[in-house]
Design a binder for this molecule. Structure first.
Ligand code: ATP
Ligand code: MG
Length: 408
């Protein structure tokens, strides 16, 4: 009994305290519980809203009439400076000689410019990289993203791009090599942007290439694109000051050129590449003794049908043609053909055609040429009335045809 009494005495203050603060305790417990519940609900709501927005963006991208690249309107102010020298070699048609033109043009220009040429490979097939750099160890680092992947992901710094590997046979060409991982990286970047997980990737290359350091360091930048509107191609168009479109002269390829240029004009109107200049459409892989007059007219007519932006006259169909040559084809895997062309009449014709293209590019872009390539300067552009240089080539057309891939 006595024990009970002393226990009651002990519990009394506790009960008194509880009675005094019960209201506050209940309120505090309710408040803490409410706050936790509110936090959970708001986190859940944010997740639902984010998912909803991602789905909305994805739907907009999928249903955008001009393709997903302009569903989220690009910046209207281009990052490309007026005197920028970034030449994009592109065409949505495959196997038309884009890579061969980009590599050989770079080779010719590299013998003319004091500053190095930067060649960027934005095709996951890596053909340009294989063409320009013979030693595989210099273009593929096992276990690492290729340099092209780092470039399009926006994780390459200005310092990095100034120190790219050099091409075989010359220190005046630097190469950003690509490898098969580029395809996966391009999809990751594109889808990440579409669902709003990553920042707008369309202008990251433009930002890097327009930096004063890159523009001062390189005489010209040449970008070889994949035959599709990939993340790399879009970044190249947004970064490019000039566009060269190689094509085979046949019906399907002419239609493809017109369709590609229409797409470029849509991008121009949407602000993706508002100031890109056409260098022209370059006929490639032309066979000796074949008359291309009809094919040229067909392509010229298709080019006239494209709706150009006000003040844009559309690309010229260049008089220069990149001759089909076994010398060019056989050089694959041994370095850029231009550096390996012999002194046979056929090889000299190929070299002349490449130099004529370089001459056109130098004057169109306004490059400062400091070092003549050879004792014979660039030939003047061919006279359209004279027989085509290509048609006078002495190579056997049957041999050439059998060495070339079938047109797509
Ligand atoms: N002038 C040429 N003479 C002979 N072969 C050529 C010539 N130009 C390109 N080729 C050959 O044609 C094939 C396709 O050329 P290339 O890879 O340059 O085209 P591409 O348009 O870049 O192709 P892709 O769309 O797949 O990137 C290659 O095997 C190349 O060696
Ligand atoms: Mg190619």
């Amino acid at each position: 009994m006595e024990l009970f009494g002393s226990l009651t005495e002990l519990v009394k203050p506790v009960l008194g305290f509880a009675a005094k603060w019960a209201g506050e305790l209940i309120a505090a417990t309710l408040f803490a519980g409410g706050a936790i519940a509110l936090g959970l609900v708001s986190r859940l709501a944010t997740r639902v809203i984010n998912r909803w927005n991602a789905l909305k963006r994805a739907r907009q991208a999928i249903n955008h009439p001009e393709g997903l690249w302009t569903f989220d309107k690009p910046l209207k102010s281009s990052l490309v400076r007026p005197n920028q020298r970034v030449l994009v070699v592109a065409n949505a048609k495959g196997g038309v000689g884009k890579t061969t033109v980009a590599a050989n043009l770079a080779a010719s220009l590299s013998t003319q410019l004091t500053k190095p040429v930067l060649l960027i490979d934005l095709d996951f097939q890596g053909s340009l990289s294989t063409m320009a750099i013979v030693d595989r160890a210099n273009r593929v680092v096992p276990g690492q993203l290729s340099r092209a992947s780092k470039l399009i992901s926006g994780i390459m710094s200005v310092g990095d791009i100034l120190h790219m590997p050099q091409a075989t046979n010359t220190s005046n060409i630097r190469v950003v090599p690509a490898y098969y991982d580029l395809s996966r990286e391009e999809n990751r970047v594109m889808l990440g942007w579409v669902i709003g997980d990553i920042d707008d990737p369309r202008f990251s290359l433009a930002k890097l290439l327009s930096s004063a350091e890159v523009q001062d360091h390189f005489g010209v930048v040449i970008i070889d694109c994949a035959p599709r509107l990939t993340t790399g191609t879009i970044q190249a168009l947004a970064a490019g000051s000039h566009l060269l479109i190689p094509t085979i002269l046949d019906g399907p390829s002419s239609e493809a050129v017109a369709s590609f240029i229409t797409q470029v004009e849509n991008f121009r109107a949407d602000g993706l590449c508002p100031n890109i200049h056409y260098v022209g459409v370059l006929p490639t892989m032309q066979f000796p003794r074949v008359n291309y007059d009809g094919a040229r007219k067909y392509l010229t007519d298709r080019l006239k049908e494209v709706q150009y932006a006000p003040g844009i006259s559309g690309p010229r169909l260049l008089d220069i043609s990149f001759v089909a040559s076994t010398d060019v084809r056989k050089a694959f895997g041994r370095g850029i053909a231009y550096f390996r062309l012999g002194s046979t009449p056929a090889a000299r014709k190929v070299k002349q055609a490449i130099d004529a293209l370089a001459f056109d590019v130098v004057s169109t872009i306004g490059l400062a040429v400091n070092r003549p390539a050879s004792p014979t300067p660039f030939p003047p552009p061919p006279n359209p009335r004279a027989p085509n240089e290509v048609q006078r080539t002495r190579q056997n057309p049957r041999e050439l045809r059998s060495s070339l891939p079938a047109a797509e």
